[in-house]
Design a protein around this ligand. Structure first.
Ligand code: SF4
Length: 337
């Protein structure tokens, strides 16, 4: 990992007027929504709802300093995490299902972009976080960019992290070039049968791979500052699923072959059968030691050079509870925002 200090690109884009142009271009697409690969075509500006059950205003479920992300993201002061509500996926094992799948309860979290900008400034100024980390942003890209536009004149200067399932539209991602500093991108499946069965995304593999390729084109390998905190770059997250459902060999092989062995990879062992997974035999248990060690050995075999591995058996401390109101994680990984 290279060490360097870099001013986030959105500040120059703000000065040139390009940030405003991007916000307007993205918002115009809400009229017949194609913000993510689902291309629902609904008019979100009129309150119509598509697959993500989200209209015009951003919905924020929680804002906090998160200490459980990768070391280069959480650092010592935490990652300034903005959890968007609702989702453009339907993962049956989603650990955030309280906010991602129960959309009727989320309406109360609607905020205007100016209020969201205020929360970002709070994470930066009051909590001293290292970055602003947008979780599940794929269906709220226009709203996110508008909020950044509002936040820059108020003094926002932290790097922005786009923390995504990677079920993203290439057209939306291209508008984020120079705005997002760090992409924290899941690589969930290598087989569309599982994307369909477990996330209602039957075309996940092609979209996620194209999205990750675009992210890498924009930001390249991970760059950290003198404190080891991410300033720029791509981190690919791979959650090991039971029964090899994540297709680790295929996915990580693709990454090395099509991108580079220098891409930073974060191997996650925290899978826990949340939400509907206890009723689904293939997903109803945590991963075994054997399943974990197979993936760790794969890293060596494929020559993956950079990244992190959660210890075997990591799970409960990473499980959020969004009924805690602003404290979705326990004290090990979260601090109130
Ligand atoms: S962002 Fe929502 S409404 Fe728009 S295409 Fe995706 S799922 Fe459909």
């Amino acid at each position: 990992m290279v060490r360097v200090a870099v001013e986030p690109g959105y500040i120059a884009l703000y000065r040139s007027g390009e940030l405003e142009r991007r916000a307007e271009a993205l918002e115009a697409r809400l009229r017949s929504c194609d913000i993510c690969p689902r291309q629902c075509g609904v008019n979100r500006l009129n309150g119509e709802l598509g697959f993500c059950r989200s209209a015009h205003l951003p919905i924020v479920a929680a804002v906090c300093a998160h200490h459980g992300e990768e070391p280069a993201i959480s650092g010592t002061m935490g990652s300034g995490t903005v959890f968007f509500a609702n989702c453009n996926m339907r993962c049956v094992y989603c650990q955030n299902h309280q906010i991602s799948q129960e959309y009727k309860n989320q309406k109360a979290g609607e905020v205007d972009p100016h209020a969201l900008a205020g929360r970002m400034l709070y994470l930066q100024g009051e909590l001293g976080c290292h970055n602003i980390n947008f979780v599940s942003p794929s269906h709220f890209v226009p709203q996110m960019v508008r909020a950044v536009l509002e936040a820059v004149p108020l003094g926002l200067h932290l790097p922005l992290v786009y923390n995504t399932s990677s079920y993203d539209s290439l057209d939306s991602l291209r508008e984020l070039g120079g705005i997002i500093s760090v992409y924290l991108a899941d690589l969930r499946y290598a087989d569309n049968r599982y994307g369909k069965k477990f996330s209602e995304a039957s075309d996940y593999v092609a979209h996620a791979r194209a999205a990750i390729r675009e992210m890498y084109r924009q930001v390249g390998d991970l760059v950290v500052d003198d404190e080891g905190i991410a300033r720029k770059g791509l981190i690919v997250r791979h959650l090991i699923l039971p029964n090899r459902l994540a297709g680790s060999r295929d996915s990580l092989g693709w990454l090395v072959r099509e991108l580079s062995p220098t891409v930073t990879v974060s191997i996650m062992s925290q899978y826990y059968p949340a939400h509907r997974a206890p009723q689904i035999p293939l997903l109803a248990r945590r991963i075994t030691g054997k399943e974990y060690s197979e993936v760790i050995e794969l890293l060596d075999e494929l020559g993956i050079e950079n990244g992190w591995m959660q210890e075997a058996g990591a799970s409960e401390s990473y499980l959020p509870d969004f009924t805690r109101k602003g404290h979705p994680f326990d004290s090990v990984v979260g601090k109130s925002g």
